[in-house]
Ligand binder design. Sequence first.
Ligand SMILES: Nc1nc2c(ncn2[C@@H]2O[C@H](COP(=O)(O)OP(=O)(O)O)[C@@H](O)[C@H]2O)c(=O)[nH]1
Ligand SMILES: [Mg+2]
Length: 242
Amino acid sequence: MDAFPSGNLCPVGGELQFISCEAYLRYRFVFSALRLDSMAVFNLKNREIECKVVYYGPGRCGKTTNLEYIHKAFKKQVSGEMVSIDTEGDRTLFFDFLPMELGKVRGCAVRVQLFTVPGQVQYSSTRKVVLRGVDGVVFVADSLEARREKNMLSLKDLQQNLKEFGTSIFKVPLVLQYNKRDLAEQGLPTMSIEKMERELNNQLKVPSFPASALKGKGVGATLQECLKLTLRDLQKQLKWAQ
Ligand SMILES: Nc1nc2c(ncn2[C@@H]2O[C@H](COP(=O)(O)OP(=O)(O)O)[C@@H](O)[C@H]2O)c(=O)[nH]1
Ligand SMILES: [Mg+2]
């Protein structure tokens, strides 16, 4: 993938498309941050670890809004600009990227890269590129009743993609976020937490959080839990704490 064609042609959702110069430059920058191997980068000598957390979920469920809030609210930990690669207004056609530094964990400097995937069904290959080498996943589900099926399809898609990478949705550090809880207050038809738990988390049984990313509610708690699980998993895999 390093050798994508020069000029403004970029592989968008598996197809080559023309994008603006600016979007192309941002694409190149973020692409260099995407890890294409299969594990967190661990520099034993400098005692540094760099891991990757991906926000997954159907289109328009609020993944970009989560990252935007994190960018604003966790200034101390955010170590660079949020880069959003999109070409059509507010819809993420590629992905968003936000780097963070968590400070030292058990003697190791921990850096985290947050990514979002484009949720729309047709961007399946972009989702796979972003998901490769993932260390932890936040699955954002939309509480709107009308998005019920889209949530389930997207969770299935995540399961399938992880399987293709030789891992499993039951093994990867994962948390669920039930987003847009505020819409119920506006009288819009939303699903109850119990229903979402039953439909999305019955087998997974992972931590889940109600949220309103637009208002920042539940965003920090979701990320914190995902980072906790991710770091615990990496500690086990890399044995860095011993
Ligand atoms: N009411 C409400 N709207 C939200 C919330 N989170 C996101 N949105 C809106 O939903 C739309 C899609 O959000 P976006 O973050 O772009 O979704 P993405 O496709 O998953 O990245 C935008 O108009 C957001 O403002 C929320 O918690 N409550
Ligand atoms: Mg987006």
